[in-house]
Design a binder for this molecule. Structure first.
Ligand code: GAR
Length: 211
């Protein structure tokens, strides 16, 4: 059995992705433990979810920082207080500059097929509105290692969802989120099993080892 990966989860909002990971862990389907939740907003419901699960929380409010580098340092200080193997961005709506020791150990999920509909300004419902405006027939989600660009870095996996004629941004977001709920735990489990290798801008997924 792979060793449980220690996670720090960074969020800004409702924490649905955090909850999905907690549920997977509780069901014994993800070899991980959430050691810390960091929020950029005091009113994020994700903080409540973390407290309810008995997970240590830290509040690093974006509104208190003039620049993202100082904010990133404050987030990193919190992370360094815990035994963290992997940083997981789960609806974290701020730029986070990855400290060198965590390059290759920081993941993000984005509700589109990167590099489409990604980068600054593309988050939450803005992504789905743009997908509908463009007339796409398919969209999806992407889990990637984070480099120091917004929604950028080697892609670990992608899952697709159809765009239906009568979709609204909300119905499409819900369909994509179902895929996110599979994609994020799957990527983290691959990390736990030490099956991800970054080769330049690409990620190779190694086959499962037979015991
Ligand atoms: C998720 O849909 C995630 O893909 C998106 O935020 C949602 C989670 O936030 N992330 C981005 O758009 C990052 N560019 P929530 O837990 O507050 O609902």
């Amino acid at each position: 059995m792979p060793k449980a990966v220690n996670l720090a989860v960074l969020l800004s909002g409702s924490g649905r992705s955090l909850q999905n990971l907690l549920d997977r862990i509780a069901a014994g389907r993800l070899d991980a433990q959430v050691r810390l939740v960091v929020s950029s907003r005091g009113d994020a419901y994700g903080l409540e979810r973390a407290r309810a699960a008995g997970i240590p929380t830290a509040l690093v409010e974006s509104r208190r920082f003039r620049n993202f580098l100082k904010m990133s340092d404050a987030v990193t200080l919190e992370i360094e207080r815990q035994p963290v193997d992997l940083i997981v961005l789960a609806g974290f709506m701020c730029f986070y500059r990855i400290p060198d020791p965590f390059l290759g150990r920081t993941m993000n999920i984005h509700p589109a097929l990167i590099p489409a509909f990604s980068g600054k300004g593309f988050y939450g419902h803005f992504v789905h509105e743009a997908v509908l405006r463009a007339g796409c027939k398919v969209t999806g989600c992407t889990v990637h290692f984070v480099d120091n660009e917004y929604d950028h870095g080697p892609i670990i996996l992608q899952r697709t969802a159809p765009v239906l004629d009568d979709d609204t941004p909300d119905t499409l977001a819900a369909r994509v989120f179902e895929q996110e709920c599979e994609a994020y735990p799957e990527a983290i489990q691959l990390f736990a099993e030490d099956r991800l290798r970054i080769e330049g801008s690409r990620v190779r997924v190694l086959p499962k080892r037979t015991p």
